[in-house]
Write a protein that binds this ligand. Structure first.
Ligand code: LRH
Ligand code: MN
Ligand code: MN
Length: 388
């Protein structure tokens, strides 16, 4: 047996939130391919997300994006989710699709546009109050394309003011998580480009403001696990948006492009106290499935996180510390690599079965007939796209 009983015990409570938008059709700026059975409503997205949890017991909550998941009655949407065995999690704001935000949202030079963006966040907080969601996630498309286009410093000051207004509206059990991204859609400068800016902005707000780290939002070659270690050290790592990338913000299946990077990140999460029942770090996926099937794409993703967490938990930390203290460079590296190369799949399959879950959730979902059923049932209406 490769996986220890202690590791299995620690895996029991693992929870990875799914993004509702992963179940809609998505693509590149060249083409969006549609898939039979793609959800047409927020309810159908949640029903698909519930399938992932049914076969893996790994994803008990679903993140929503407003207005993509706009409904009349959010409390009813929450009850609908609960009937399917999941809850509604993070509420994501969206200030990147309205014409009014062409030159920015929370940073906009015009106070009327800024207020409109702040009001949108107030609306998101109202949604959270109805769904019982604890996290408001803010990602801004704000930025400029050309040097001189905007006053970089002034935009930072306006961002601070806008965030303070939003933060003041949060309830006692609610948090604000600020996501950073170094480019796109703006190409010269982005107003929250890196963890340092996000940290500076949230640190000024208070204890319930944290940083969200999306693994696809860094320049190639960035040492992401170092950022994880630093944010945990500072008590400011709020949440992850997991995905993987080869080139830019590819939003591919987590662990697909660079499994070793995922291992290193999860090791630092565990090392820094960011994993387990006492941690407040929220694990989420932020992915799009352009050419692969969406529900199996999400199942594969949560299993990748589970497998890599098992490997990261199995690092012999006592031996590693001893090797580090002795200056044993190759010994220390060997301990990390031993854990990374350990194949945990058979042990995890047996463990799943012992808990009444399918040994192979991918196979079990394929055999369930759900995909064929939704393809037959969901005819008419407009399929949800990346977003709505
Ligand atoms: C921005 C982002 C952010 C959005 C999501 C749809 O690239 O990662 O988290 O909310 O994509
Ligand atoms: Mn993201
Ligand atoms: Mn992204």
């Amino acid at each position: 047996m490769t996986v220890s009983t202690e590791t299995l015990r620690l895996l029991e409570s693992q929870a990875i939130e799914l993004p509702s938008w992963a179940f809609g059709n998505s693509g590149t700026r060249f083409k969006v391919f549609s898939t039979p059975g793609t959800p047409r409503t927020p309810e159908e997205k949640i029903a698909d997300a519930a399938q992932v949890n049914k076969f893996t017991a790994l994803s008990p909550s679903v993140a929503i994006h407003i207005p993509w998941d706009k409904v009349d009655d959010y409390a009813a949407l929450g009850r609908y989710a609960e009937d399917l065995g999941v809850t509604l999690g993070t509420v994501n704001s969206n200030t990147f699709q309205d014409d009014a935000y062409k030159f920015g949202s929370l940073t906009h030079i015009d106070p009327k546009v800024r207020q409109m963006a702040i009001d949108h966040h107030f609306e998101c907080i109202d949604v959270m109050n109805q769904t019982g969601s604890e996290d408001l996630k803010i990602w801004l498309a704000d930025g400029t394309n050309y040097p001189g286009q905007g006053d970089i410093r002034g935009r930072q000051d306006r961002l601070a003011d806008s965030l303070a207004a939003i933060y003041a509206r949060l309830g006692e059990n609610q948090r604000l998580v600020l996501e950073y991204k170094f480019f796109e859609p703006a190409f010269y400068h982005t107003d929250v480009p890196d963890w340092g800016t996000s940290y500076a902005q949230v640190a000024a707000l208070g204890d319930r403001a944290m940083v969200c780290l999306d693994t696809g939002h860094h320049a190639p070659g960035t040492n992401i696990e170092f950022i994880v270690a630093q944010l945990l050290r500072l008590g400011k790592l709020g949440s992850f948006d997991f995905n993987s990338r080869f080139y830019a913000d590819d939003d591919l299946i987590v662990g697909a492009a660079d499994p070793f990077q995922l291992f290193r990140i999860l090791y630092e999460v565990i090392r820094g106290g960011g994993y387990g029942p006492d941690s407040t770090v929220a694990f989420m996926l932020d992915q799009c499935h352009n050419v692969e099937e969406k529900i199996p794409g999400q199942i594969r993703s949560v299993l990748n996180v589970q497998e890599m967490t098992a490997r990261a938990l199995s690092v012999d930390r006592t031996a590693l510390t001893a090797a580090q203290e002795a200056g044993d460079v190759l010994g220390a590296n060997g301990i990390m690599m031993d854990a990374f190369y350990s194949d945990v799949r058979a042990d995890l399959a047996a463990w799943r079965e012992s808990r009444g879950l399918p040994a192979d959730p991918m196979k079990a979902f394929a055999a369930s007939g759900y995909q064929a059923k939704i393809a037959a049932d969901r005819v008419g209406g407009t399929q949800a796209g990346w977003g709505a």
